[in-house]
Design a protein around this ligand. Structure first.
Ligand SMILES: Cc1cc2nc3c(=O)[nH]c(=O)nc-3n(C[C@H](O)[C@H](O)[C@H](O)COP(=O)(O)O)c2cc1C
Length: 166
């Protein structure tokens, strides 16, 4: 059997099995924020965030290209990662809903007008280094321009639900 045929055979899993297997991996929860083309604050809950490189400092996150949020992030030159704390589960929920999300949280203005949510563990402010279309998602790579952190415990996401560090 060719390598390609072997690969196709090995990757023929159901979407449900893929989802369930990936859901075993516990992550933190972030709100990725930016400014839309009118300069208004915008954000979306994302757990796909991770670090890539120390020198230069690079991070990544990914977004489904089917979402309402995708064209907003795709047009932006900066984004901020707001890492949520244990007591911010309501904020994670707010930033998945079709409402004026920033109307419902306390925030301040950061680098180049980026909205930063109060009460987070970290704020990581980035300029967009690259966008890579990959399957049904686009990966955003950010160059970190400013990073700040606070002494708090993280909100976790595991097996499709929220968890807290004990
Ligand atoms: C804990 C959690 C993590 C999520 N992570 C991601 C993610 O990394 N990428 C993504 O595209 N959607 C992610 N979502 C879903 C988006 O937040 C949601 O689809 C989006 O806010 C829907 O809004 P929109 O279609 O208006 O953009 C996540 C949702 C939750 C609750």
């Amino acid at each position: 059997m060719s390598n390609l045929a072997t690969l196709k055979k090995e990757t023929s899993i159901t979407q449900q099995d893929f989802r369930t297997s990936m859901g075993q991996f516990a992550t933190g929860v972030t709100v990725v924020s930016t400014k839309d083309q009118q300069g208004a604050p915008y954000g979306m809950t994302a757990s796909s965030f991770g670090s890539i490189s120390l020198d230069p400092p690079l991070v990544q996150w990914s977004i489904t290209t089917k979402s309402f949020s995708y064209p907003i992030f795709s047009a932006a030159s900066t984004f901020a990662i707001n890492i949520l704390s244990t007591d911010q589960q309501n904020i994670s929920d707010i930033f998945t809903k079709p409402i004026d999300r920033f109307e419902n949280v306390s925030w301040e203005i950061g680098m180049e007008g980026l909205p930063l949510i109060h009460g987070c563990l970290s704020w990581i402010e980035c300029s967009v280094e690259n966008q890579i279309v990959c399957g049904d998602h686009t990966i955003f790579i950010g160059r970190v321009r400013r990073a700040r952190y606070f002494e708090k415990k993280p909100l976790l996401f595991w097996r499709g639900g929220y968890e807290a560090v004990q």
